[in-house]
Design a protein around this ligand. Structure first.
Ligand code: SF4
Length: 415
């Protein structure tokens, strides 16, 4: 990698740092990659599968829509099982923002163009402040506040920036500044000018994107033109490619751009691990660390998952090439989500290393064909035993859902 002194990029703009769950955004934190799920958030398993696949491909943060009560309830299940922090995308509905906070999301995205009542915005910001949850002010040229549209005669860079600053002012009135900002447009030149202007007037971290860039390859070119120009000027702390495509393509594009600019390191091993939750049967952090150290030595381009339980692990990480999930004092080795072998708990890492080598030599189909025929049955036994012991609601998702229902039936607005 070239040294920082040799980089043909401007020095990065100094922004304050915020934290979206475990991911630092702004300051000297690596520029993070985001995407958004395309499944209904109420479909918990399909959404988690997409989140895990996005994480396996390099997503640091994933956004899910929170557009109705079922979506908010879905978030209550998704958040504790997601390997990356979850941002709730909220438009129009004040109560959806409150419900998403209740569900435990790591960040909210609010659109000032369609969630407009100052009293509601301040109520959301107060609750986010009390929960220490950041908010992205997500201005979008296509849904700009109509007063600003009239004032500036259109969605100009100045109008986009003013929209963001108006929202920021409302937040400041309730002592909330845990904020990142985006001023996206589908017009690349407009988006570039808006971000340049914004970068001069605030030190909040900036989330870059060309909205509705469209399908690849044209969408990729447009998004890259906007995002790369700003990054080269030192502007931007996190980004999303908004493509009309699978979220995985968005993540790969973000990753490739950052690697091409020398802003993120190239990947060999891609180890993902579940965040661990009430279901975990092992010390996920410890096992993941040991596995990372052992697997890195192999220098193989492979995605490996370390999952805390066999109840959900193999399904959640089915996008990974290989993984291990903990059961009743034993590990369940899986390839592309299919259980192939059961090993004693203290041999989990060794089993991963051996299987990684064989998988790279022989290929997925050959290794699946050699799966132990008892493995699936043993996994099923462990799954049932764990469900029997711990029940269905170890993450207290049902309690959160009760609270969401209360929030939605009695919105806490001072209007
Ligand atoms: S312990 Fe199980 S349910 Fe919890 S996050 Fe890990 S794999 Fe998912």
């Amino acid at each position: 990698m070239i040294s920082p002194d040799d980089k043909p990029l401007a020095i990065r703009r100094k922004s304050r740092q915020i934290h979206v769950g475990s991911v630092a955004v702004g300051g000297d934190a690596p520029i993070s990659i985001q995407t958004m799920t395309t499944t209904p958030t109420s479909d918990v398993e399909a959404t988690l599968a997409q989140i895990y696949e996005a994480a396996a491909n390099g997503a640091d943060i994933v956004r899910c829509t929170c557009n109705d009560e079922a979506a908010a309830e879905g978030l209550a299940h998704i958040v504790p099982r997601s390997p990356v922090p979850i941002v709730a995308d909220v438009h129009f509905h004040f109560e959806m923002a409150m419900a998403a906070l209740e569900a435990g999301v790591a960040c909210l995205r609010l659109n000032p163009g369609n969630l407009r009542k100052p009293s509601e915005i301040k109520t959301i910001a107060s609750e986010a402040r009390d929960r220490n949850v950041p908010i992205r002010i997500g201005v979008n040229a296509g849904s700009l506040h109509k007063d600003l549209y009239s004032k500036y005669g259109g969605a100009t860079p100045e109008a986009l920036v003013e929209s963001a600053l108006m929202e920021l002012k409302l937040f400041e009135e309730v002592g909330f500044d845990n904020v990142k900002i985006s001023v996206k447009a589908s017009d690349v030149a407009l988006m570039i000018k808006a971000y340049r202007l914004l970068a001069e007037v605030t030190d909040h971290p900036l989330h870059l994107g060309v909205t509705e860039a469209g399908p690849p390859p044209a969408g990729l070119v447009k998004a890259t033109a906007g995002i790369a120009t700003l990054l080269a000027e030192g502007i931007g702390d996190t980004l999303r490619y908004s493509l009309t495509a699978d979220p995985i393509e968005e993540v790969r594009a973000g990753r490739q751009l950052l690697e091409a600019l020398g802003l993120r390191e190239r990947k060999g091993l891609d180890l993902i691990a579940c965040p661990s939750c009430g279901r975990a049967e092992i010390d996920v952090i410890g096992v993941a660390k040991t596995a990372q150290e052992a697997l890195e030595k192999l220098n193989l381009p492979i995605q490996v998952a370390v999952m805390g339980c066999v109840v959900n692990g193999p399904g959640e990480a089915r996008g990974a090439d290989l993984g291990i999930a903990a059961g009743k004092s034993r590990g369940h080795l899986f390839i592309k989500g299919k259980i192939v072998r059961v090993v004693p708990e203290d041999q989990m890492v060794q089993a991963l290393v051996e299987e990684a080598e064989r998988l790279m030599e022989q290929g997925v189909e050959a290794r699946l064909a050699l799966a132990d025929e008892n493995a699936a049955r043993l996994a099923s036994e462990d799954r049932q035993a764990l469900l029997g012991e711990k029940g269905q609601d170890v993450n207290h998702s049902l309690t959160k859902i009760e609270n969401i229902k209360k929030r939605i039936s009695k919105p806490k607005s001072d209007n």
